[in-house]
Design a protein around this ligand. Structure first.
Ligand SMILES: Cc1ncc(C[n+]2csc(CCOP(=O)(O)OP(=O)(O)O)c2C)c(N)n1
Ligand SMILES: [Mg+2]
Length: 364
């Protein structure tokens, strides 16, 4: 197993750096608060489709997105609600998206999946695992050809790592030395399949050598380690040194999705702490580094529990998409428009069946 990279010297030091780290801690808390609120709304049948919680993996999203610049493209995976928040997408709109509201990102079509926001350079994840990596590579090719100082970032799980798309994307990026960072969130499970049944090696990062660039392994539970590694290696990528693969080791301590009872892995609170960690992941970061107290921070360092609640209320305000507009902005053959489907949906506007099979009452 490759050596895990720990936190090294920060790019800046002193009070400014401490303030910066407190802001990152704020973002982690905000993302966790948002995730928790989404899980609650799912239990109340107010969220359409599946919810894939990223709770416990927010240090990865925060640490990787923090050094990004405006105009860099990010392709999140299905657990990365936090990417949207970090990139400046309106949280109320994101909540509206999850609730299938017309005010959501994809105007009431689908839930979290297929809801990107190109205004903020976020390419939404789709239900086809790994398919966003070639898209990120396409964006990187554009930056390369136009000599733009941007990078593309593609998140993927260790399960997706074994897909052909991922291999092709990395190979192409390696051959053309494109400005793209591949970020693997290795939470040791793909649905209920444990890591040792997915791959014959321990580190996804080891595969980078086959494509001609470097792979790094970092603890995905250590915010400071993730941010410092990302700053360092993504800066090199931005400067034209070619792609990079960052593997963030973590653990999925909830079910695959919120409708998964998660008997395997068990939702055991003890699993929230990986060997070597002293307490629940979220709380250890500022304290452990000895740099700051989570409560002592100024400004954004103070997390207000009410924020995600307010965002949820804003998200819930919009109307559910009118059925007659369902096919607007979609590519389909007019003759093959499934009128029977429209009838069924119309009939079920009040009580719908979610993709998980549960009947739910429309929130409006
Ligand atoms: C090409 C493809 N195959 C299978 C699936 C079904 N599927 C959805 S999520 C998932 C597990 C993904 O595991 P991983 O990539 O490790 O991400 P994680 O859910 O652990 O974050 C699978 C198999 C899919 N969506 N797409
Ligand atoms: Mg996984």
């Amino acid at each position: 197993m490759a050596e895990v990279e720990g936190a090294s010297a920060p790019a800046t030091s002193g009070a400014t750096r401490v303030e910066y780290e407190l802001q990152l801690y704020y973002w982690m808390k905000l993302i966790r608060g948002f995730e928790d609120r989404v899980s609650r709304l799912h239990r109340q049948n107010k969220i359409l489709g599946g919810v894939y919680s990223g709770a416990g993996q927010e240090a990865i999203v925060t640490g990787v997105c923090a050094p990004l610049q405006e105009g860099d493209l990010v392709a999140p995976l299905h657990r990365d609600l936090g990417v949207f928040l970090m990139r400046g997408v309106d949280p109320g709109r994101l909540m509206a998206q999850l609730m299938g509201k017309e005010t959501g990102l994809s105007r009431g079509k689908d839930s979290f999946l297929h809801g990107g926001d190109l205004e903020h350079a976020v390419f939404g994840s789709t239900s086809m695992l790994g398919s966003s990596l070639p898209v990120a590579v396409g964006a990187a090719l554009k930056y390369h050809i136009k000599k733009e100082k941007h990078i593309a970032v593609a998140f993927f799980g260790e399960g997706a790592a074994s897909r052909g798309d991922v291999h092709e994307a990395m190979n192409f990026a390696g051959v053309h030395k494109l400005p793209v960072a591949f970020v693997c969130e290795n939470n040791r499970y793909a649905y209920s399949t444990p890591l040792e049944k997915q791959m014959a090696i321990e580190d996804v990062a080891a595969r980078a050598a086959a494509y001609g660039f470097k792979g790094h392994v970092v603890s995905g539970n250590d915010l400071l380690a993730v941010v410092e590694l990302s700053e360092r290696v993504m800066n090199r990528t931005r400067e034209g040194c070619g792609p990079v693969l960052i593997e963030c080791k973590t653990y999925r301590y909830r079910g695959h999705s919120e409708h998964d009872p998660a008997r395997e892995p068990r939702p055991d609170p003890a699993l929230r702490v990986l060997p070597g960690e002293k307490g629940p992941r979220l709380e250890t970061h500022p304290r452990r580094s000895g740099r700051a107290s989570p409560r002592g921070g100024a400004g954004r360092g103070r997390f207000r529990r009410a924020e995600p609640d307010a965002q949820a209320r804003r998200g819930a305000r919009g109307p559910i998409r009118a059925v007659r507009l369902l096919f607007k902005h979609l590519h389909y053959h007019r003759q093959r428009q499934p009128s029977r489907f429209v009838t069924i949906v119309t009939r079920n506007t009040d009580t719908r069946t979610s993709t998980t099979g549960t009947r739910w009452k429309s929130p409006i």
